[in-house]
Design a binder for this molecule. Structure first.
Ligand code: SF4
Ligand code: SF4
Length: 299
């Protein structure tokens, strides 16, 4: 029995992980980047109940060409990396990545585009059910005529200020695990080295901890970990959602403006300070998750 469970991985290139040759035998649900089992299978090895990152994983392109590697690093290790719109690269880091979103990503992107979450979801995303988790998953549309680039990629990212967590952290990947006994969250980091990325060796040297601050990732990390705590509890109960429950899930976890509106007209019964939720997206996101938890997990 393992003492530690792995909760999530935030890596922009999680889908390319399935092309790792050595790991072909694993059955992986790649439809959801936050799925704990992906990170458990791919990023970590359990040794005497202790999680360690595997020494090195090689990424392969569809044709089998080696294109990158992922190396474990610690939060105090230095990285030297800079990504600028004029760097002359082809933005391949934004192509073919099936960018999944948390409700917090959706809220921030919607606010950035002055849209309600229901309009944003309809215009820019598609929904499906995670193969293993069986929960609704939301991904950004891609541009099939442009190497499956993210829908927000033009010359560079058009939503840069509101980009999702994995875009912020790149080329760093972050995984978390939870000690089953103490409930303590442990962080794990890796660096993704991709040949096509021209950002390595440029900019200012800084430890990973500073990179997270530099990329303004702290509230996204807070949101991600809050969501994953819910997902791990939810999936551990092997709940199979019916149509109505899926609608509850989507409303509470992703369509948070609808959740807020129904809270205001008291269609939803949940104690919260409406003004605070209106002003603070992180609080709104957490309220939505808490409400969903109350609705779907009967302890
Ligand atoms: S949101 Fe921006 S940085 Fe992220 S994949 Fe899309 S274009 Fe790239
Ligand atoms: S420099 Fe690297 S991170 Fe920046 S857009 Fe190019 S591939 Fe992506």
């Amino acid at each position: 029995m393992l003492d530690t469970i792995c909760l999530s991985i935030s890596s922009k290139h999680k889908n390319r992980l399935i092309r790792v040759q050595d790991l072909k035998e694993f059955k992986i649900d790649v439809s959801f980047n936050l799925l704990y089992s992906i990170s458990l299978e791919l990023f970590f090895k359990f040794q005497k109940n202790k999680i360690v990152l595997t020494p090195k994983l090689n990424f392969l392109t569809k044709t089998g060409k080696k294109m990158s590697s992922i190396d474990p690093i610690s939060k105090t290790d230095d990285i030297l990396f800079e990504c600028k719109p004029d760097s002359g690269c082809k933005n391949l880091c934004c192509c073919g990545i099936n960018q999944t979103l948390t409700g917090y990503d959706i809220l921030k992107l919607s606010r950035f585009k002055s849209m309600k979450t229901w309009d944003f979801l309809k215009k820019h995303t598609f929904a499906y059910t995670g193969k293993q988790t069986k929960i609704p998953v939301i991904s950004l549309f891609e541009q099939p005529d442009k190497d499956n680039a993210c829908i927000f990629l033009e010359q560079s990212c058009t939503v840069y200020e509101a980009r999702p967590l994995s875009c912020r952290l790149y080329p760093v990947a972050r995984g978390i695990s939870k000690d089953k006994k103490t409930g303590k969250i442990l962080e794990h980091f890796a660096i993704i080295n991709e040949d096509q990325c021209t950002g390595f060796g440029k900019g200012k040297t800084m430890p990973v901890s500073e990179w997270l601050i530099d990329q303004k990732a702290s509230d996204y990390i807070d949101a991600n970990d809050f969501f994953m705590n819910f997902i791990i509890d939810f999936t551990s109960k092997h709940i199979s959602l019916d149509k109505e429950q899926k609608e509850i899930f989507v409303k509470g976890c992703y369509n948070l403006d609808l959740f807020l509106d129904e809270l205001k007209i008291k269609k939803i019964d949940f104690k919260a300070d409406i003004k605070e939720l209106e002003e603070n997206p992180l609080l709104l996101f957490k309220a939505g998750i808490s409400w969903t938890r109350n609705q779907l997990i009967k302890d």
